[in-house]
Design a protein around this ligand. Sequence first.
Ligand SMILES: [Zn+2]
Length: 298
Amino acid sequence: MITRTGRKPRAISFRPVFVLVAFMAFGAWVGVTGYLYARNVALKDTQARLQQLSEQARALSLQLSEEQNRNDMLAGEAAEMLKQLDQLEAEIDRLRERAGLPKLEVTPARGESQGKDGQGGGVPLDTEAMLKLTAERIKTLTGNLSAKIEPALEQTLAKEAARPVGYPLKVHTYIASGFGTRRNPFGRGYEFHDGIDLPAWYGTPIYATAPGKVIEAGWSNIYGYYVKLDHGYGYRTLYGHMSRILVKRGQVVKRGEVLGKVGSTGRSTGPHVHYSVYVWGKAVNPVPFLEAPAYAKR
Ligand SMILES: [Zn+2]
């Protein structure tokens, strides 16, 4: 029955099946709509969440890349430090070699402490480990420098300062007769020449080739008027055939100080200096001593 105010009521009849179907259809529509609505809400929620997540991920990745950059920079610095340390160690080793000391014993370099193969082999050090290693090596090196190298170096420098260097003459000369076995200039056969002969004009000054003390200054049938110097560290030099001796036994002389004058006294055929170099009592070839040593040229 359907009634409206002021009108006659109307009667509409439905079949019960129709009513049932209509109710079921309505119910289905409400259900579907509700489901769709709920789903839509959930979807929007998920979308928002996804957006948020992606923003977080972006921020994180930015942070990470910054961290990575900083890490790379630190690693670069550490690597540079290690490189400089290597150079410093090599330099110190060269000094130690000059001082006659064995090579440095430092903390093992990158990866050397680990096995070359098997576990741990070839694993690159991270920045922290590298910086730690660097700090350790700096400590070792500093300790080495002050405790071992400095005294050795001082001794080395003293030894190098005592080494005879250059010609005993400041005028142009040449090696008229070298070190070693030679023909006897006065007769038959061969003899051993324990120095070199450097010709120069009669009266040319003869100079000490290293600082030292005059241990002999006098006459010898072989060397004529001669001077022998002791430079310490096993080094001695002899200057022979002088026309005049200008130093006295026991006198301390500097490098380059005048010892006497060129002559032809003793077993000599003309004005020249006979120059001998001794190392720990043994006459050696003076030629290597005429040139400045390699370390002085660097
Ligand atoms: Zn000679």
